[in-house]
Structures are given as C-alpha cells and as structure tokens.
Write a protein that binds this ligand. Structure first.
Ligand code: ATP
Length: 477
C-alpha cells in the first residue's frame, strides 16, 4: 500500500476502516482478492448517503434530469459502438523474470522517467533502453502491449465467441443505448439529462491505493444532452455545480482542485474535460471527470444500431443529434476522500476548554486525553444521532430514552447504546463520526429535557424533548 504525503497515512485509514467496519478486504477468509472490497455496516451507510445526496441533487431536485437503471451486462455491440472493444486498453509491461505486471505509465513514473509532452516516445510510452524491473531489480521488461480492461463473460450455456460480451466498464453507455426510449417517455426537451448510479468493472492491471483503483466499483454518471454549439457554457456550468456539490457533502474547498485537460490530452471527439481532484494522502488524484463529448456517443450508436438518434427541436423545426456533457464520479473514491478528510486525532481537555489537534506519535499532555474523531458532514455521516440513557439499570431512564430513540429512528439512522460510562459512549460515537448524541438523565424525568451533544465542539445543551426533532432537522436536514 502507498504511503503518506500529508498528515495521514493510508495504512492508518485502512486499519481504522477495518476496525470500525467501514471497509473489509473481499474474500478475506480466503486470503483476499486483489482489487475487490466489501463495505461493512458503516461503510454501506456512508456509500448510501453519498448516492442519496447525489441522486437527490442531480435527479429529484431538478426538473431537467431523469433517472435510469440499466443492466450491467449489455449487447456486445454496445461496446463495439462505444469504442471500448477496440480502444479501452492500458499499455502493460511484464517483467520476464519475476512476472510482475505494470501499467506502462506507472512503471515510467516509478523509474523516474519523464518523457517530453506530446513526443512520440510519450505517446508510445517507450521504455528507456536497458530498463530493469523495479521490483526484482534484475528482470528484463517486455515492451508495452495493449491490455483490454473489460471483463469478458458469456451469457447462456455455451461459451463461444458469438455470445461473448462484457461487464460494463462504465454506466454511461446504458444511458446512450436507452436515449430514444427515455426521451419518448419522459417528455423532456433538450437540454435535459439522464442519470444513473451503478456498478462498473475494470480489470485494472495494477489495483492500488486501497479502494481508489479497484476492479469493481460504483459510478454516478449524468449524461446531459444539449444543443450543438452550447457545449462550452454547459461544461462550465457543470464543473461549477459539481465543485459546489463536493462542498455540500463536507469536502473543504482547499482539498479540491481542478485539472484542466490540454488540447493534446483530450480524446479526439471531446472539446473540454476537467477532472475534480482531491488531495488524498497518496497525492492529488481524480474524484470525477467532467467532459464535453460532442455527439460522439449517440452518433456511434446511431451508426452501429441503424436507429436514428435525432432529436427534433420544435422551437426551431431543426433535427440534430444532441451533444452531451458528462459529469462522471466514482462513489468509492468519494467515500475514501470523505473518510480521509474526516479523520482527526485530537487532544481534548478533561475539563472545560477547546480540543486541539494531536501531535502525531506524542502522548496527550497532562490534563488532556486523545480522542479519535471522524468529522463527517451530517449529510453523509453513517449514523446521525446516538441516544443514551444515563444509566442502564434505572428503568425510568431507559424507558424515557427509548421513547426518544423510537421517535427519531423513523427519520434518521440512529444508534442506541446503554453500555459503559457516558464519556466512553460519546467517544465511541466520535470514532464513527456520529454528529449528535442525546442523553436522558435524571433531570429529564423532571422537566422533559435531554442533553444534546455536538460531536465537533463537544458542547452540550439542554433541549426540550419535544423540540429535539426540529433542532436535529435543522442541523442534519
Ligand atoms: P483513472 O484515470 O483514475 O483511471 P478514468 O479517467 O479512467 O480514471 P473515468 O473513466 O473518467 O475514470 O471514470 C469516471 C470516474 O469513475 C472516475 O473519476 C473515478 O471516480 C471512477 N473510477 C474509474 N476507475 C475507477 C477504479 N478503477 N476504481 C474506482 N473508481 C474508479
């Protein structure tokens, strides 16, 4: 696993994710399988919240976008039309002696080779003469060869070349293939979008950086269909929208950046592409790509299927194949970014006072203790509210607290905990990133109030129980 570049190492994140039940290695009891991951009880909530936030903002709260859930396995012609059969390859290099396999561009980076931008050597990823395998130090390397990243499969009983198709390497093509059907039923006019969330599969040569580059992952893609000639303004619009959205789930502006593709880096059909980048512990890397793809995809499907992809514009009486702007994000990468961003170790005073960031590797000073806290934005926090009775052996406290829990649970994912000292219960919630905790104590029995504790400031306030839901509604949404 790669190491750190900032305040946090990926090892720390991975071990926390396993301990707390965010992410496990797939098939761990059999030694694991490279490039595949399972999300545990907290991870699945985090991922669901990311997808819900995206779906709500991209589909439900907009009148110009509708949803789709296409199948993962589609007709092989879809992938011929899209260009994936021919061109969805990464150049790979093998070590002839230790058999290690590299992606050629990553190998060059590992060897410290910089090729002149735009040069033929860069395009063909030419290895320097005499380059040796960095893993074994001795092995001779093969020249780069194209390796198709799609997983093959054969629907039906016979495994033949005729019935070969692929697990989708992106969700987008399902949208293009259903363009006509969706257009016919949704009564939308261009500009309008079709959105989809779902699994995608890529047989990555070298899965790495934990879940960042996996072989099975989830995408959230929007194909926003526009009038020819309006690509530049819609592209800019979507780049801004998407950057704002990352703020709304708690990624700070300073952790995000844009990578603007130069003309020579763009696919031949694309007129613009911007990647939204996040500063991961292993470097600044892509979370989402936003591309203005022209009419390439619909035109290719028109050509390969023989079905017209024309749109009739009633206002201008003109017919055209719509162009498209595509914001394409990865759920797993966003989950990893949120986890990295949320993780803090703090020194908190035993009495009153502010917490401060812990100094790595040093014990807490006198009068302080160390707490681990996940500062998730309430929108994505796996658990929103924890409810505690102060003592578990006082039925009147337990009953009253249970009433509070049951009144909040239909609205949010809540957590009930009656075991251990109250301070320890707060810490356990801090560690999983629960933004609010409600404690029912003896005063609650007298005046129907409870304490509402806020995770980040650790401040506690007395709130009337009947006002709790409204207060939380404001804070969580
Ligand atoms: P990269 O250059 O990192 O391989 P890409 O540019 O090929 O990514 P796209 O094809 O634009 O990625 O896919 C859109 C999004 O899907 C990416 O921004 C990323 O969030 C997600 N994604 C792509 N490949 C993977 C992967 N192997 N593992 C996890 N997420 C991925």
């Amino acid at each position: 696993m790669e190491t750190e570049t900032g305040r946090l190492s990926l090892e720390t994140v991975a071990s926390l994710c396993k301990r707390r039940g965010f992410i496990f290695q797939s098939s761990e009891i059999y030694g694991g399988i490279n490039g595949f991951w399972d999300y545990g009880p907290l991870g699945v909530e985090l991922k669901r919240n990311i997808k819900d936030a995206w779906w709500s903002d991209i589909v439900r709260r907009r009148e110009d976008v509708v949803g789709l859930d296409a199948s993962i396995i589609m007709h092989r012609r879809v992938w011929e039309a899209s260009g994936h059969v021919e061109g969805f390859t990464d150049p790979m290099v093998d070590c002839r002696s230790c058999k290690r396999r590299y992606r050629a561009d990553q190998l060059l980076a590992e060897l410290g080779v910089e090729l002149e931008t735009g040069s033929k050597a860069e395009k063909d990823l030419v290895l320097p003469p005499g380059a040796k395998c960095p893993a074994c130090g001795a092995g001779e390397l093969t020249p780069p060869r194209p390796f198709n990243l799609m997983f093959e499969t054969h629907p039906g009983a016979v495994q033949s070349e005729e019935n070969k198709t692929y697990l989708r390497p992106e969700t987008a093509q399902g949208i293009f293939a259903q363009f006509n059907n969706v257009l016919a039923v949704s009564r939308r006019k261009v500009p309008f979008g079709i959105a989809q969330i779902g699994k995608a599969f890529r047989n990555e040569i070298n899965p790495r950086n934990y879940t960042f580059r996996s072989r099975e992952f989830e995408q959230m893609e929007l194909e926003f269909f526009i009038k020819p000639g309006t690509g530049a303004q819609w592209h800019e619009y979507w780049v801004n929208e998407r950057l704002k959205w990352y703020g709304s789930i708690g990624l700070p502006e300073e952790s995000l950046s844009r990578y603007v593709y130069g003309k020579d880096e763009l696919a031949h059909y694309a007129s613009a592409c911007v990647d939204v980048m996040y500063a991961f512990p292993f470097g600044v890397q892509e979370l989402e790509g936003i591309a203005a793809r022209g009419d390439y995809d619909l035109r290719r499907h028109q050509e390969y299927s023989g079905k017209s992809m024309d749109y009739f514009d009633q206002e201008t009486n003109a017919k055209y194949v719509p162009h498209v702007v595509e914001p394409s994000a990865g759920v797993d990468r966003i989950a990893l970014a949120l986890i990295c961003n949320a993780y803090r170790e703090e020194w908190v005073p035993n009495g009153e006072g502010e917490a401060r960031e812990a100094e790595p590797g040093r014990p807490a000073p006198e009068g302080y203790e160390t707490r681990t806290v996940m500062r998730f934005h309430p929108r994505v926090a796996p658990v929103k509210v924890a409810v505690f009775p102060l003592l578990k052996n006082k039925p009147e406290l337990v009953n009253k607290a249970r009433g509070v829990f049951e009144s909040l649970q239909p609205r949010w994912n809540c957590f009930w905990d009656q075991v251990g000292a109250i301070g320890r219960r707060y810490r356990r919630q801090d560690e999983i990133g629960t933004p609010f905790a409600v404690t029912v104590d003896f005063q609650s029995l007298e005046d129907n109030t409870a304490t509402l504790r806020e995770r980040d400031s650790m401040r506690q306030q007395r709130v009337r129980i009947e006002e709790l839901r409204g207060r939380l509604e404001e804070a969580i949404g």
